[in-house]
Design a protein around this ligand. Sequence first.
Ligand code: MSP
Length: 633
Amino acid sequence: MDQEKFYITTPIYYVNDKPHIGHAYTTILADIMARFHREKGSETFFLTGTDEHGQKVQTSAQERGISPQKHCDEMVVHFQEAWDRLKINYDKFIRTTDDYHKKVVQQVLQELYDKDEIYADEYGGHYCVGCERFLTDKELEEGNGKCPQHDKKPEFIQEKNYFFKMSKYQDWLIEYINEHPDFIQPEHRKNEVLGFLKQDLNDLCISRPKERLAWGIELPFDSDYVTYVWFDALLNYVTGIGYKQDNDEFEKWWPADFHLIGKDIVTTHCVYWPTMLKAMDVPMPETIFAHGWWLMNESKMSKSLNNIVSPLDLMDHYGVDPVRYYLVRDMVLGQDANFSEKLFIERYNAELANDFGNLANRITALINKYYDAIPEPGELHEKDAELKENAEKLPAIVHSYIEKMDLNKATDKVMEFVRSVNKYMEVREPWKLIKKDKKATGTVLYCAAEALRISARLLHPIMPDKINILLESLPVNQQQDKFAWGGLAAGKKLGDFDALFPRIDTQKVEKKNEKKSKPKSKKKKVDMIDIDDFSKVNLKVAQIKEAEPVEGADKLLKLQVDDGEGSRQLVAGIAQHYEIDELIGQKIVIVANLKPAKIFGVKSEGMLLAASDNDKLTLLTPSEEIANGADVS
Ligand code: MSP
């Protein structure tokens, strides 16, 4: 890894979503790496931003009745505010709607077109709106033809488009990956990519006709087309540092040391991006690192399951540092992790409140009690020397894990050391020693405080808020290496600080959660009906064919469904629970003999059935494939 400069990126987030714990995780990881490298003295650049073109944005803007740009301008604020509150210290926030970015994307397209790397062709393929790309037959689930990521059958689209000659780089890419073991990490992701590259690589469709998608960057050589979102988005990694704008800046930062990504976007980053760079004659990034996913009760977080964890809500309850700490502490490198508030609290109480917070309070309270200032250390007793030796070894160990992006192990090592300092205090018992030997007690407290300072310095990139308060209260000598033993300035006073990590009362939290999860009393009086009444209701299976927003009504969608006899139109209040493309193809249950009514001026010939609980709503669907029009009784 380059010692002089460090350039790290996060994926740019789709502007349509609000940031959730998954987005926060990648961004916090990148922030920690950037802070760590800055503290080590490397010149560091940390780029993040938002991906603002594409179908999803266009559809959402249409639904809201505003321009896509206005929609993006409003949505981007969610990310910028969240990152500020999570103490994300990025150097630049790029938006793909920024003028400089659009201009360079067009320039790259033109150059590749002129070099004959791009050509026009007629193509038919399965387009998944969730992935915003055509999927190959092999990528679809066997049997049902669904996209494995989005559990939906992509639409088959046939049209003229422009293609990047990606296939010609297949052999080169395989060789490059094999010759650069650090290029794709962790190892199992590299193997996954090599597995993918065993099948013939297609050329990459890089355009969308404007009549289907207008919200994108126009192709410089054909104004009827916009460029494909991924071609636009991936280029952010170079446009964000001055590519084709300021050569010095670009030369200074490129190649990126780390592109941090989630495991779902490995193909785009490890196949599309390297081949694009190769065609552009730009060197490869050092490492593309794919982390696992945060799950909720072992399943994917999604709007329709209403199980999205908001990092900001968590922060409001527990503060920014514990959230950052938990995320890096609990996700094992490259694997998925299950989010649990219970584990979050257990981890917090055991490690931050008990191990670390108590140690800090204990040491500083004893120093203030027995001395006016940090005591001068004297001759080291065997146990003091052992502690010093371990503290001296610790930074290199922790740094080596951080450099490998193994923050889980890095924090583990610091915490192991913190626990050993607690043990040291138990063994050396300064509160007893003071009665016999004030000088030796001073040495013990100096050693303990110095061990605390070094641990705090190592934890600082992870918890920049509270740890900073602690570090500022510990007086230090002018020193070159902040991690070296002896930095604590004897003879100087300690500053004040409040309890860093007060214990969380688990009972209180449980009560709060119980209250939250208890369904509101729904004891409304229910009139009983007999079976004849029920048999008057004609319930049927139907399939959603089309869906679109109802103008002026945020919550409503107009659906065209196939009820086995033909098409009928329904208006349903589900707009805030489902994306339009999620609905197409879904089988639902409808009340088929409801008298037609007009809702917001739109005719509705029946209603669909859905279950709701507080804010959650889910459609009732048959659990197995069954014909449209099948009776429900
Ligand atoms: N816009 C594209 C990226 C373009 S980069 C040139 C995109 N955006 S995204 O908003 O859908 O996802 C961004 C990142 O968030 C991905 O790396 C994805 O893996 C990550 N996560 C989204 N949900 C996640 C979890 N539940 N857990 C961990 N990370 C997940 O893809």
